[in-house]
Design a protein around this ligand. Structure first.
Ligand SMILES: *Cc1c(COP(=O)(O)O)cnc(C)c1O
Length: 404
């Protein structure tokens, strides 16, 4: 039998992450299951942003570049992300956007396999990742993009021509999660590098880039990291590759001595060379507030809560309305990221009706209702109530909208 509201409230009382909830400002009466699209507003941000705007930009103006902490932003914020993805300080920078970060990382990875020609990924990847992959293949003469079904990855790696395997760790539609360690090992076995897009993992799934053998990785700042709309992305280059990995989109901020204004590019040591442009100070301020909301949060506890929220949600939906939906996500929690997706013939109608009831999920074509489970700010009681509403909407036909 599925758990009651009282059971869910008991889980909230014993939740070791309950302290993190007040670090976010969310509207009253809403259960926000869309943090995998845009994370919640960190409560500390308005005041911090106000300080940066008035004191740093407003009062000290350009002097803040030399006097303050603006230039170190990408590496300082990168180090905070490093903890969340199982990397070391000095292996991550926050800069650019996801698509640009992916482009930089793919170009750098391809450089390390000059004798191979294939960039390998799956058709399930997020469209922008496919577009970036094909853009990179156009830029580098010897390279072609090969796109296969997820089930065909092992066969595709058996061919000897793969330079770089790049995958999105958690599927944005279904929430299915690849096994980073075994696929990275398979890539290495085939003589390829493994690049991971962590957009739907960072901040919600326990990650160990170091231990799982990721060569390079990237991800976005505005989903589970709560960095705000259009937040800077991040990129990771494993330390052992940093001496040979090159930023193929170099700029003056990644120069070893930007203020020499030298005519020739000389890369800054380490990960700093991957910064191209002036740090987006306001965006980094917001992202840093999002990351600081993770202080004192253990990744293991984060993942544990995410799994428990997923189980509670699925149990509530399936017991009451199992005949009316198809679960698009893996049922086995170990193979699922931090979201549950349901297929329904009127998915947009279901999402719209839920929104009317204060349950915010989102729709992905053709028939997916997506529910993201951000463990930092969701409660078990909220997720329990959301599951009951989802079950009610899909089983009562309340979703069916006029256009049919
Ligand atoms: C959200 C997301 C992006 C977003 O790319 P932007 O360049 O930041 O707009 C890219 N890839 C994946 C897998 C995503 O989930």
């Amino acid at each position: 039998m599925s758990r009651s509201r009282t059971d869910a409230e008991a889980l909230d009382r014993s939740d070791p992450l309950a302290f993190a909830r007040e670090r976010f400002s969310l509207p009253e009466g809403v259960v926000y299951l869309d943090g995998n699209s845009l994370g919640a507003l960190p409560s500390s941000l308005p005041e911090r942003m106000d300080r940066v705007l008035r004191d740093e930009w407003g009062a000290r103006l350009a002097g803040s570049w030399s006097a303050g902490t603006w230039f170190e932003g990408p590496t300082r914020v990168g180090d905070k992300i490093a903890r969340l993805i199982g990397a070391h300080p000095g292996e991550v920078v926050a800069c650019d956007t996801t698509t640009i970060a992916l482009t930089k990382v793919l170009l750098a990875a391809l450089d390390l396999r000059p004798d191979k020609s294939v960039l390998l990924t799956t058709s399930s990847n997020f469209p922008t990742d496919l577009y970036a992959g094909s853009g990179v293949a156009h830029l580098v003469d010897r390279v072609v993009l090969r796109v296969v079904e997820p089930d065909d990855l092992t066969d595709a790696l058996a061919r000897e021509d793969v330079a770089v395997l790049f995958l999105t760790h958690v599927d944005y539609r279904t929430g299915a999660m690849f096994d980073m360690a075994s696929l990275s090992a398979a890539a290495h076995e085939a003589g390829a590098l493994a690049v991971w897009d962590l957009c739907h993992s960072a901040g919600a799934v326990e990650l160990d880039c170091e231990g799982a053998g990721a060569d390079m990785a990237l991800g976005c700042g505005y989903k589970y990291l709560n960095g705000g709309p259009g937040a800077p992305a991040f990129l990771y280059v494993r330390r052992e590759h940093q001496d040979r990995a090159t930023n193929r989109l170099p700029g003056w901020i990644g120069h070893a001595d930007p203020f020499s204004f030298a005519l020739d590019f000389r890369a800054a040591p380490g990960i700093a060379a991957f910064v191209t442009s002036s740090p987006p100070v306001l965006g980094l301020t917001a992202l840093e507030a999002g990351l600081d909301a993770f202080s004192g949060v253990e990744l293991r506890a984060l993942r544990e809560k995410s799994v428990q929220l997923g189980e509670l949600f699925l149990e509530g939906v399936l017991e009451a309305a199992g005949d009316h939906v198809e679960v698009a996500s893996p049922l086995e929690p170990g193979r699922r990221g931090s979201q549950v997706s349901l297929r329904h013939p009127d998915a947009p109608g279901v999402i719209a009706e839920l929104a009317r009831r204060g349950i915010v999920g989102d729709f992905r074509p053709p028939d997916i209702c997506r529910f993201g489970l951000a463990p930092l700010y969701l409660t078990y009681a909220g997720v329990h109530a959301a599951a009951a509403e989802v079950a009610d909407v899909v089983s009562s036909g309340a979703s069916v909208i006029s256009e049919g």
